[in-house]
Design a binder for this molecule. Sequence first.
Ligand code: SIN
Length: 492
Amino acid sequence: MTMPAAAQLKNASLLRSQAHLDGQWCDALSGATFPVMNPADAGTLATVPDMGPDDARLAVSAAHRAFPEWSRQTAGDRASTLRKWNDLILENRQDLARLMTLEQGKPLKESLGEVDYGASFVAWFAEEARRAYGDVIPAHASDKRILALRQPVGVCVAITPWNFPIAMITRKVAPALAAGCTVVVKPAAETPLCALALAWLASEAGLPPGVFNVVTTDDASAVGEALLADIRVRKISFTGSTPVGKILMRQAADTVKRVSLELGGNAPFIVFDDADVEAAADGALASKYRNAGQTCVCANRIYVQDGIYDAFLAAYDKRVAGLKVGSGLDDGVDIGPIINEKGVGKIERLLDDAVRTGARITRGGTRVSDDGTWFEPTIIQDVEDRMTISEEEIFGPVSAIYRFSDEEEAIRRANDTPFGLAAYFYSKDNARIWRVSEALEYGMVGVNTGLVSTAVAPFGGVKESGIGREGSRYGMDEYLEIKYVCVGGLSD
Ligand code: SIN
């Protein structure tokens, strides 16, 4: 039996069971609600409004009304509100982390890490707000002056996933607010509580009504369609699957909205013969088993060169065997539950197909019990490139291992996918490090590291993994338009 979420928090105000529109906490116009479940025991943590298209349009109206005043604030004033928001997130980090583990399932130590990671985007963009410089361009005529101003794009919509319920919101909302935009967030139905807690802290930090609205819904497609059809929305930023990203991109075309898409990946993790075996095993473990394998940048295909194969597998298997599975709130747990039954079903389908077509499970391979959605940390060897497990994101604690013979083969096979989000490789050869980094067709490359995510670096993909970059100084560009001003008649 799940204890109500409010009873598990020191600051019970963080648990909101209403949506946040125009600075008000409100129910759906229809009065409908949906339950938020704890994936560790399938208990209900809270219920939240199940909003529809009309509620979504009200949120856009609020953001549209708030835009002129917010965008006119000085960058310094916006930065100071963002800094207060960052401070409040960090003051409440224990409660936010607990709330995240309750609704998402990840181990508490990872939730704490995500709260810090999420806050770091707010701190970073509070600083970047002051640096949204334009340009004065040498003019083509002596009686003219040419300026390039950078102005906020307007009302933005952020559609965010369940796997990082705080960081994926702050990574979009913080640069939008810093640039002077106003925002409507539609969080995943699995994890609305973290989004609402963030909205509460933002209003405590002094964010004016209408600047940051949260629409909760269990009907993502109806609400998404209404938001995308609204001419007042000038930008959509989405993190989620490639098929949904394609639908949103088509819908955005009708009103020519700007789009940022952070979509699916199929990350290769290459271990060359000259790698440090122990470091490579540590890196693969960190990349693969973060959030029980439920990230877009998790190692999806682990390619190991012939000469190091046995040594790497021995080191890696030892580490995977040591992973503790359990409730994210229990001490020492490394792997929490999979988000839902559908997620487990997908893992089982991919493994069944791989085994049927010749692969071998050498560790784990099944659910922990019939009760719940825990899945054993798994290793599957002799995987081939044309198996379904090689073409889809596994999104679970399963290491698919491939063999290769030389560098050219590794690069060719790593690039042989429509996706291009993150790639990783381990090597001690300097020339190879540059050669392979440049040859991999990915938006992000980790060299001798399995973790690349940080607020200071540009996160994003190429090919069908997305458009645009989040975090870093480039992250602000997504929320700013360039306006060219030509001042003429300056001759005397
Ligand atoms: C994601 O899985 O979408 C994001 C992961 C990250 O920011 O590291």
